[in-house]
Every structure is written in C-alpha cells, then in structure tokens.
Design a protein around this ligand. Structure first.
Ligand code: FAD
Ligand code: NAG
Ligand code: NAG
Ligand code: NAG
Ligand code: NAG
Ligand code: NAG
Ligand code: NAG
Ligand code: NAG
Length: 496
C-alpha cells in the first residue's frame, strides 16, 4: 500500500499503515474523538447486563484488559469491556457496528502484531470466559477463550485427559485456536483446529450460534479465519487420555552449533509421531546459542530417537519423566518481560536441512550483531518447529492451512527490544531476514514458493493472499454473507 493511502491518525496506526505492503491490516480504522468514545463506552455500559462491565483508566481491570505479552501489542483504549455473556457481546457489537467504532478482541494477549488485539477505541477482553467442562460421555472438553493453555492443562491434570493446544505458558485459547494451533501432540493428532468439534460464536450481526461441521461455510471460515467472522465464546475440543511424558529443555554452548544443526536435521527425519521438538537459535554476545525442547508422549522414549541430542554437552538440561502440565509450566522459552516490545515473523519451510539451519544461524548472527548495539534489550531468536510429514493429514476443510497436501514447518523469527523508536527498524529487518531465509529454502530446491506462513506467527505486513492462498476467494464470499456491514473490519488483524 502506498503511504498516501494512509489516513492521518494515531502515530502507531500510521506507522503500521505505512509499513503495510497490502491493504490487509486494518489497524488503521480512524478513531473518533475521545469524548465521542467515552459516550460510546457509556452507551455500551447502559446496554449490557450485570454479567458484564465497562472499565476506564486507571482501574486495575482496565489495565489488565489492555495488557499484552509484548508492550508493542498494547494500546491505550478509551475503555475496556469484559462481557460475561454471549448476549451482551451481541449488544456490544450492535453499538460498535452502528457507531463504526474501532474495537479489539483479546483473549490471552499474545498477539505479536500491534493492533491485532489492541485499539485506541473499545477493548473487549474475554477474561470472563474461563469455563472448563470435561464431558467424558462425549469425549470432549469445552473451553472458554479467556483461559491460557497452562491453566487448561493444570485443570485437566486430575481428569487424566488432554486436548491439542499450546506449548508455552501464558498463550491464550482464543487466538491460538482461531489461527491453527501447533501442539506437542500435532504430529500425532494434527492442529488444534483439527480437534475442534464445536464453536460457540457471536456473529458480526449479534446472533449467537453454535457452529459444527454441519455448517460448512462458517465452520471452514472460523478455523484459521482469526477474528474475521465473529467473537468466539466457547470451543469444544476432542479429549484424549494422557499419561506421563518424557520432556524438558536442553541448552547448549555456541561451540555446539554444528553438532546441534546436524542432530536437528537428522531428528526431523524420524517417523515417530509421539516425538516432538522445538529448536531455538538465539544470538548472545556475538555468537549463536542453540537450545531445544524435547517431548516424547510416554514415560520413556525409544532408543535411537534423541540420543544424538543427548550426546551433545549441555549448559543445562532438565529432561525428566513428568506430567504434561508440569512440563508446559516449566517451559521458559519464548516468553519475555511484558515491558519489552516484540514482533515475530513466520516463514514456512518444507525441510530442516543442515544448509537451511546454517542459513538461519547466519541470519541470527548477522542481525544480532547489527541490532544489539541499538538497544541493550535486543533479542534475536529463531524458533524451529519440525512435525511429522502427516501433520496436515488429521483434518480438512479449514481456512488455514490453504494446502494440506504436504507438511510445512512453521519457523518464527522473533525480535525483542525496548526503545519504541526502533519499531520501524525492527519490522523492516525482520522482513528482510525472513525473506532471506525463505530465499535460502527456495535456493536449495524446497517447494516453498507458495508456502503459507503460519497466521499466528506472520508479521503484520504479510498479505492475505500469502496467508490464505486458494482459500481466499471462498473466504471473501463467506465474509460478504456473514458480515455484510464489515463489523469485524473495525477490529485489527489480517483482514480477508
Ligand atoms: C510466547 C509465545 C508462544 C507461542 N506458542 C505457540 C504454540 O505453541 N503454538 C501455536 O500454534 N502458536 C503459538 N504462539 C502463537 C499464538 O498462537 C498466537 O500469538 C495467538 O494468536 C495468541 O492467542 P491469544 O489469545 O493469546 O492472543 P490475543 O492477542 O488475545 O489474540 C490474538 C488474535 O486472535 C483474536 N482473538 C482472540 N480471541 C478471540 C475470540 N474469542 N474471538 C475472536 N477473535 C479472537 C484477536 O482479536 C487477535 O487478532 C505463541 C506465541 C507466543 C508469543
Ligand atoms: C455430554 O455429552 C453427551 C453426549 O453428547 C450429552 O448427551 C450430555 O448432555 C453432555 N453432558 C453435559 C453435562 O453437557
Ligand atoms: C521413515 O519412513 C520412511 C518411509 O517409510 C523410511 O524410508 C525412513 O527410513 C524412515 N526413517 C526412519 C528414521 O526410520
Ligand atoms: C549471512 O547473511 C548475510 C546477511 O544476509 C549475508 O550477506 C551473508 O552472505 C551470509 N553468509 C553466509 C555464509 O550465508
Ligand atoms: C531493558 O528491559 C528492562 C526490563 O524489561 C528495563 O527495566 C530496562 O529499562 C530496559 N533497558 C533499556 C536500555 O531500555
Ligand atoms: C531511543 O532511540 C532514540 C532514537 O534512536 C534515542 O534518541 C533515544 O535516546 C533512545 N531512548 C533510550 C531510552 O535509549
Ligand atoms: C509444490 O507446491 C505446490 C503448492 O504450493 C503444489 O501444488 C505442488 O504440487 C508442489 N510440487 C511438488 C513437486 O510437491
Ligand atoms: C445474522 O447472520 C447470520 C449469518 O449470516 C444469519 O443466518 C442470521 O439470519 C442473521 N440474523 C439477523 C437477525 O439478521
């Protein structure tokens, strides 16, 4: 998008607008004057039941409702509202839609893009949707989107069942499941969205409905369609028995980078769907330090699977036989202090070869050297996420991924920093570095010219054409049908 298409407005939104290559990110809905917004907040307050509440600064509820894992994903909203019922969400959407007021929807607040779950208009927090209901007859667990995955696993632990969800503490049920959802169980059971059996949602016109596979279009659209089709109030997921696991974190010194890359490339060839790993290459003081999360879905892994990793000398290791919840709670891998700014960029690769791992390590070193002098809190990390070749074979007919015919591995380039004046630089370098990694995958013959980046990792400049591929025309048709007034276009995010 040319910057002269960008309306004059709040500086953060303007920056996002100017940096966008396409018109897909609508964090730039013009915000009405503050006084009008306060009127709208009061109008919402007068419309909702006692189950819901509107909050203004500086209340602690307002502060919590606006908080995010990365400070760059937060904005100062005019007010926040915590709906307590689907009916009240319908009423809130009615006010916001008729007044064309920018708003946002936040569940776990782990969006890595500014304006995706924040706004200078009305912030909707799903904090009151926190029910967990196990139905052993149906073999399902119903979850409120306001829960985090570590809360879900901790609550499920005594029941002996598990669901397919996030891997890191703090990440919300809402955003992860609307974008796809990669789990430690995904090689065995597919994405989070492949394990959904029902979705309760308030549609953009305020109608509350339960969506299942019978509802072809909206079922297709909601699973990967993020916040484009309404506000989700509940997910019902398939449940599976869960016993003890073998898992932990291994950290290596910079001198082990080659050994790590060799072992990692070899590991990705394994055919054992109970095995999972997340690799991490991090820039530290002029060097690249590898680290690894290992997971095996049984108390002990079979011989031959993890030995190459275990043979590499570690700086630290806490691998043990443990419970699913305890392992997830122990992971301190990609979380940062909430005062830091942060953007992620997603690239999909078809293979982790030694050559692509070397190219990723080189990018980590190159940008680490270049960016760390700018800000003492800069962190440059790439997360490597291999899955089985059948990872997309466990489901069908969803907005994401646009092509399930072969596996793609979501790779996240992750930058953190402190100084807000570096936001534009960071976005630009993140784009350049991820394009370089993508080009390296193409150069070694990987079939990734049209590989969709994972929506939940994609940098805000990514086009919806790249994200949704051949699914885009159908998604646009469904959008027209379900949201003719484009109410959800008032909320930021990737807009189809
Ligand atoms: C530290 C970290 C670890 C991560 N680990 C994983 C992982 O293991 N697997 C994985 O797949 N992804 C992972 N991610 C990516 C993660 O899935 C996305 O950031 C996800 O969008 C976060 O969801 P949230 O509810 O916390 O975020 P939010 O910021 O609250 O929401 C993200 C987006 O979803 C929309 N949304 C949220 N709730 C609703 C709702 N109820 N109705 C409609 N729209 C809604 C928001 O409007 C926003 O656009 C991780 C991210 C981070 C930062
Ligand atoms: C559990 O699921 C069964 C089968 O779908 C259903 O009949 C029953 O009403 C559910 N129980 C609860 C408490 O929702
Ligand atoms: C995985 O399966 C493929 C095809 O069945 C086989 O060629 C390959 O050797 C297997 N890899 C391992 C590490 O067992
Ligand atoms: C490392 O990355 C930089 C910057 O992208 C590039 O100029 C350089 O050629 C790369 N080196 C290697 C060995 O790939
Ligand atoms: C780095 O981050 C810490 C904690 O997040 C903060 O207190 C400190 O001021 C930051 N340093 C700089 C140079 O911005
Ligand atoms: C942030 O960066 C700007 C410009 O790059 C600089 O002038 C300012 O001093 C920096 N602030 C801090 C706290 O380092
Ligand atoms: C390459 O990927 C495209 C989709 O991006 C797919 O249609 C095609 O079949 C793939 N080719 C091979 C050889 O796998
Ligand atoms: C709301 O939208 C849904 C989906 O398009 C539609 O089925 C329903 O009739 C609409 N409700 C009203 C009251 O317009």
């Amino acid at each position: 998008m040319a910057s002269d298409d960008c309306p004059v407005m709040h500086s953060l939104a303007l920056l996002i607008c100017a940096l966008s290559f396409s018109s897909t990110v609508r964090a730039q809905v013009p915000t009405p004057p503050k006084g009008d917004l306060v009127d709208i907040c009061n109008q919402i307050s007068a419309t909702i039941s006692h189950e819901s509440e509107v909050f203004f600064p500086p209340s602690s509820e307002y502060t919590a409702d606006n908080a995010h894992a990365f400070s760059s994903s937060s904005a100062a909203s005019a007010c926040s509202v915590e709906p307590g019922s689907a009916q009240d969400i319908g009423a809130i959407l009615g006010v916001l839609g008729s007044t064309r007021t920018p708003f946002s929807v936040k569940s776990g607040g782990h969006a890595t893009n500014p304006g995706f779950s924040s706004t200078t208009g009305v912030q909707i927090s799903m904090a009151r949707f926190r029910d967990i209901t196990v139905n052993s007859t149906a073999g399902t667990v119903e979850l409120g989107p306001g829960l985090t995955w570590d809360e879900v696993y901790t609550a499920l632990e005594p029941t002996g069942v598990i669901v397919v969800g996030g891997r890191i503490p703090g990440v919300g049920v809402g955003g992860l499941l609307l974008g796809g959802g990669y789990s430690y169980k995904s090689s065995q059971l597919g994405l989070g969205i492949d394990n959904i059996v029902g979705i309760e949602v308030v549609l953009p016109n305020g109608t509350f409905t339960t969506v299942t596979s019978e509802d072809e279009d909206i079922w297709f659209a909601l699973r990967g369609g993020m916040n484009n089709f309404g506000i989700v109030t509940k997910f019902a997921l398939k449940s599976y028995p869960q016993g003890q696991i073998w898992a932990g974190t291994l950290a290596f010194g910079a001198d082990q980078l080659d050994a790590f890359n060799q072992a990692f490339a070899k590991f990705t060839q394994n055919n054992d769907t109970k095995a999972a790993a997340v690799g991490r290459l991090a820039y530290v003081s002029g060097a690249v330090l590898p680290a690894l999360l290992v997971f095996y879905d049984a108390p002990t892994p079979p011989a031959g699977l993890f030995e190459d990793f275990l043979a590499i000398p570690t700086v630290s290791s806490d691998v043990s036989t443990t419970t699913f919840a305890d392992f997830v709670l122990s992971v301190d891998f990609t979380n940062a202090p909430p005062s830091l700014r942060g953007y992620w960029s997603g690239i999909s690769v078809a293979q982790y070869t030694p050559a692509i791992l070397n190219a990723i390590a080189n990018q980590t070193l190159f940008w680490g050297n270049k960016l760390t002098p700018l800000d003492a809190n800069v962190s440059v990390v790439v997360a490597l996420e291999p899955f089985s070749s059948g990872v997309f074979s466990h489901g069908a007919g969803s907005a994401f991924p646009p092509d399930r015919s072969f596996a793609l591995f979501p790779t996240a380039v992750e930058y953190l920093w402190s100084n807000a004046s570096l936001d534009g630089t960071m976005a630009q370098e993140l784009r350049e570095s991820s394009d370089t990694i993508h080009a390296a995958a193409l150069a070694e013959g990987q079939n990734v010219s049209h590989a969709a980046p994972y929506i939940n990792y994609a940098l805000f400049d990514t086009s919806v054409e790249d994200l949704y591929g051949e699914n885009l025309p159908r998604l646009r048709a469904i959008k027209k049908e379900i949201d003719p007034e484009d109410v959800m276009g008032l909320a930021g995010g990737f807009k189809i």
